[in-house]
Design a protein around this ligand. Sequence first.
Ligand code: PEP
Ligand code: MN
Length: 337
Amino acid sequence: MVIVMKEGVSQQEIDFVIEKLHSVGAEAHVSQGEFMTVIGAIGDRENLLQLPFEAYPGVSKVIPVMKAYKMVSREFKPELTSIRVGAVTVGPKTFTIIAGPCSVESEEQVLMAARAARAAGATLFRGGAFKPRTNPYAFQGLGEEGLAILATAREETGLPIVTEVLDVRDIELVYRYADVLQVGARNMQNFLLLKELGFVDKPVLLKRGMSSTIEEMLMAAEYIAKEGNGDIILCERGIRTFETATRNTLDLSAVPYAREMTHLPIIVDPSHATGRRDLIQPLCRASLAVGADGVMVEIHPNPSEALCDGPQSLPLEDFKLLVEDLRPLAEFFKREI
Ligand code: PEP
Ligand code: MN
């Protein structure tokens, strides 16, 4: 349940409620906004119902949360969350552009892409070092060597690194190199991985499963938040439908819908959603318009030679044009690129 405190509530009154929650074995999560303080209570429902919260000083009202996810819900924290990654902020005031190749292929490829990403205005750099593919015989990524190449790119460009962690056993390794740990669509419901990432002190980029509902994505985020890591960026990356014109179907309505349900930032990945580079620009524009907090776009110095996802990767010069195109639109929507 969520306990909404009165305006101007004192610290003593907040502490009193927390103490009462602890007395019945419940957890208290305090969210202090500019105008409102709410205390999220997690614990046994029966025990919680015994407490007469509304009679306590400073309490305005009690809202029972029926949703399966709590900590990531808007009821729990009405104010939108901003996530810091080094000097970069992902949240409601910015339109974060994450760019990079699908997979790390070589130092030269990564450095070229990273330089171009930075020059154009991307603030985070992506690249996969672990690439399990639908076809087990296709290129599987460079592993730790790939992570080291990403770190070199960060050193040179200053761009923090977003890269995927596939398995609980790799968390420590990926953590050493990455600034943001990505959970791929195929792993969105790898609950053990999610839980372990809840203990990590770096942000997680959680991609929506290709056959997952928005609610399932939010419950997946709750797995991470529940263990203490609230720095979660959600990513709509297209879902499976009957349509075959595009690789997946970009569910743009997920962005404003999720915005009502959760305080977490939500970005869009038009590259994996469509599989087609010609659709990236219109869908980046649309993402901005529906209130996304950013986009993740695949780029490559030479897409026709890419080992992975060439058809959806933008050549570096096209990426520059894309960001130029988005700047005035971002300004219109009062977001900083
Ligand atoms: C990726 O972003 O590298 C990726 C593999 O995407 P997804 O998990 O959304 O398929
Ligand atoms: Mn890819």
